[in-house]
Design a protein around this ligand. Sequence first.
Ligand SMILES: [Zn+2]
Ligand SMILES: [Zn+2]
Ligand SMILES: [Zn+2]
Length: 361
Amino acid sequence: MDGANHYVVREIRINPIVPSESVLVATARSMRPKKAEEAAPRDTRKHVETCPFCVGNESMTPPQIAAYPDTGQWNIRIVENLYPVLGDDRSNPNLSFGLQQTIDGYGRHEVIIDHPQHGVAIHDMSEEHLALLFRAYRARMEQLYRSNSRLRYVLVFKNFGPAAGASIAHTHSQIIATPVIPDNVQAEVVNSRNFFHKNHRCIFCSLIDEALTFEATIYDRESGEIRRKINVGQYVVERGNKFIAIKPFASRYEWEVHILPLQHRSDYLRTPEEDFADLARVMRRTMARLDAVLGGAQYNFFLHSLPHDPGCDECEASYHWHIEITPRTSIPTGFELGSGLFVNTVAPEVAAEKLRAAEIG
Ligand SMILES: [Zn+2]
Ligand SMILES: [Zn+2]
Ligand SMILES: [Zn+2]
């Protein structure tokens, strides 16, 4: 967008999928303080003697669940979490007393050691390795769903960098399997189903189509001034043959990017084998863009896929799996925590343009 520096936005943007997750885009506030950890240099060491996730220290981790390959030198390892937030059934049943209702903390919490090298970033991994990682996610999700019918959702996520909550520097992802469907996944499932009822279309597919085809100029009725120009591809960060990376129009985080399959697919578990190479490519290039623009991205990413037993027949047609990448560049304030309204100080169109312009290898 030309004149990006003068492009001022101050509006509440409604998240089309989950309207309660709307965002105040206020570009004039871009001077607010950044997280102190943001400046922390990345740990780029290849091997750390005392790191439990490093090669040679396998005996320092909790029991191994799987390794790829399963003999010889591993490329990816899955182990139990030393401090699980969920675990086996406790002997006491669910507790109910007045307004104090609990569900047993049953579930699984596991760690995926993404790579044998200690401080390697996603965008520095080979695409073959990333494809293997995405396959490992799928294999473990499948096993967990099969292992116990009480598990309603298996969440795969990654924290990278201290600002994103990573307590161990060695690159890793986590899996949490829970007996409840997380609220934000449920909200996406319910709202996309409602959209499907009205429009007979998947809202995620509609968003992709809009990003790839829509062009418009919106004028202010009174002054006749241009309020916004929407250009084809304005929100597209990276495009592959099978996947697309999009900067959501109502992004809650400044540099938030979502990756979705171009074709309608509800369940990550049913990703065709031949699609993983393109997913790896789009992921690597997107992370490289974020890293180049942010000068070392600290981020979370998480996988949203159709829950098992989603509770509706049309959910296959109405839900669309995706990965949400949320780099951490600012601290939520009292306003955000108190109102639930996130403040984004970088206009998503400007952020997308900067990410597209980044020079990557
Ligand atoms: Zn390590
Ligand atoms: Zn779709
Ligand atoms: Zn989502």
